[in-house]
Design a protein around this ligand. Structure first.
Ligand SMILES: Cc1cc2nc3c(=O)[nH]c(=O)nc-3n(C[C@H](O)[C@H](O)[C@H](O)COP(=O)(O)O)c2cc1C
Length: 318
């Protein structure tokens, strides 16, 4: 590993590699000029800056084709990409002539393109620009924004990163017995719970997996059959017990109010969970961990047996 001490010259490529150890999301920064021509580039230098006033920043290289357009524009937008938008990221990381061909987008306050399918966007007016070495820092004041619970595209050490677990990790717990897939679906400090109308037992929604290789999506399909349109981007826990393997995902509703009238399934406030009706101690433990982690917005992944296990690191792809 290269180390910079006093007097040692810094190799730009090596420094870029070191900066690359910091895992980020991926954004596309967009703007429009006075003629309505639109521009955009992929950036992972996005950072939130301030809540009051609402500020964020992104760095644009002075070598970028779009530098002048962005520094003369009165506003710009940040589009935070979903895990499925790698191709979009690659398109906007190129100097292609028409990066916007075949892409659905619309505009709000500033006229900067806001893409369909992103997990969040921020429409900003320019607050300040700071000249910084070979980049210009664009600081924007947020005028409007939206977000959803879909899974983010992430980037680390020059590669896209997945928040899922690798097949080999899943295999560790998926080695024997049948597979059941469950969900922690959160909506505004409430969690989706299932009640067995015969016994009164309360649990998290769970289903026998129909597709071993794509458990999250098979569960989404099963939930959809009962009227729940959910995003389940993150593995939350995987364990085995009594010859059954359990994999729980966490996520949210695709859109508020998509839960149809249903006698078994209901959202329950975190402070109103009927703990005595939950008979599976693994679910009690998981729910308590979830509520605690939700309050600090910092989630772990549990892998192991019912009583003891480990928190696994996320997987780096490619
Ligand atoms: C994951 C990723 C992150 C990037 N982050 C930035 C960034 O923060 N700032 C920047 O100026 N370029 C960044 N780039 C490079 C630009 O996307 C690339 O140079 C692009 O060609 C610039 O577009 P333009 O020259 O058409 O303006 C990034 C590229 C990738 C793949």
């Amino acid at each position: 590993m290269a180390k910079a001490d006093a007097g040692k010259s810094i190799d730009a490529l090596d420094l870029r590699r070191a900066f690359g150890a910091f895992a980020t999301g991926v954004t596309i920064v967009t703007t429009a000029d006075q003629n309505g021509e639109v521009y955009g580039f992929t950036a992972n230098s996005f950072t939130s800056v301030s809540l009051d006033p609402p500020l964020l920043l992104v760095n644009i290289a002075k070598s970028a084709y779009g530098l002048q357009i962005f520094t003369e524009a009165s506003g710009f937008a940040i589009n935070i990409l979903a895990q499925s938008q790698r191709d979009l990221s690659n398109t906007f990381a190129s100097r292609g002539a028409d990066k916007f061909a075949n892409i659905g987008w619309n505009v709000r306050a500033t006229g900067s393109p806001l893409f369909e399918g992103v997990i969040a966007w921020f429409d900003c007016e320019i607050f300040q620009q700071v000249d910084a070495g070979d980049h210009v820092i664009l600081i924007g004041r947020v005028l409007d924004y939206e977000y959803n619970s879909d899974s983010p595209l992430a980037f680390c050490r020059g590669a896209y990163v997945s928040f899922g677990l690798s097949p080999s990790m899943l295999q560790m717990v998926a080695s024997r017995g049948k597979l059941r897939v469950g969900a922690l679906i959160e909506d505004d400090d409430r969690i989706l719970l299932e009640t067995d109308v015969d016994t009164g037992e309360v649990r998290l929604p769970v289903a026998d997996s129909v597709d071993d290789s794509d458990t999250a999506n098979s569960l989404i399909g099963l939930l959809s059959e009962v009227g729940i349109e959910a995003h389940l981007p993150f593995i939350y826990a995987a364990y085995h017990h009594d010859n059954t393997r359990y994999v729980y995902y966490r996520g949210g509703l695709r859109s508020p109010g998509s839960l149809q009238e249903n006698p078994h399934l209901h959202f329950v406030g975190f402070d109103q969970i009927p703990w005595q009706a939950i008979r599976d101690s693994a679910i009690t433990t998981m729910l308590k961990r979830f509520i605690n982690e939700h309050s600090i917005d910092n989630y772990a992944v549990y892998i192991g047996g019912l009583d003891s296990g480990e928190v696994y690191p996320l997987k780096i792809e490619d």
